[in-house]
Design a protein around this ligand. Structure first.
Ligand SMILES: [Zn+2]
Length: 183
């Protein structure tokens, strides 16, 4: 068995180690791992297969590195989303079934977010996927949970590659309508 991909047999279904290189997973809370079914590939590792119960991260295998609400130099005076530091080219996926409102560079939410997608879930919440290097969706498209939206990048105002993942409730204004992302 290869140890290239680590599996964490905490429970069934097995939580596959969708981990950054060099990360042994011990520092990740269970909720930050993406649940998946462990199936052997040719190298004996795990392949990601999302379960019906949902997606645990918009960047599967990566966790929040700069949280919502952190005070700082942002225009709102605090960080209006959760950041997931991850390499350029990492997959970003829909955290729930949703409709694409905008997919552009930039979107109406501002040039600072770079190339971005805004999606809306059935309960009206809107989610922003910002700083992408590539978009794989277009406005009006319907998405299912786990569907790829694009790739992590460095477009817009960034100091390094990450996904800025932001949630807003109607009427979706910057700052006042931003909430800790949940789904
Ligand atoms: Zn951010």
């Amino acid at each position: 068995m290869s140890t290239r991909t680590r599996c964490l047999s905490l429970s069934l279904p097995i939580l596959c180690g969708l981990l950054a290189p060099g990360c042994d997973g011990s520092e990740l809370a269970e909720a930050e791992r993406t649940p998946c079914i462990a199936v052997s590939d040719e190298e004996g590792g795990c392949q990601e297969e999302l379960l019906a119960q949902g997606v645990s991260s918009p960047v599967p295998g990566y966790r929040v590195t700069t949280p919502f609400g952190k005070p700082g130099p942002w225009a709102a005076g605090y960080h209006t989303g959760d950041d997931y530091a991850s390499p350029t080219g990492t997959k970003a996926v829909a955290i729930t079934s949703a409709r694409v409102i905008e997919a552009a560079y930039p979107t109406s939410w501002g040039a600072a977010y770079g190339r971005a997608a805004i999606i809306q879930s059935s309960d009206g919440r809107r989610y922003l996927y910002a700083h992408l290097s590539r978009l794989d969706v277009s406005a009006g498209q319907k998405l299912s949970a786990g569907q790829q939206i694009g790739l992590v990048g460095t477009t817009g105002n960034v100091t390094g590659p990450h996904l800025h993942f932001e949630m807003r409730v109607s009427p979706y204004r910057y700052g006042t309508d931003s909430r800790k992302p949940t789904w």
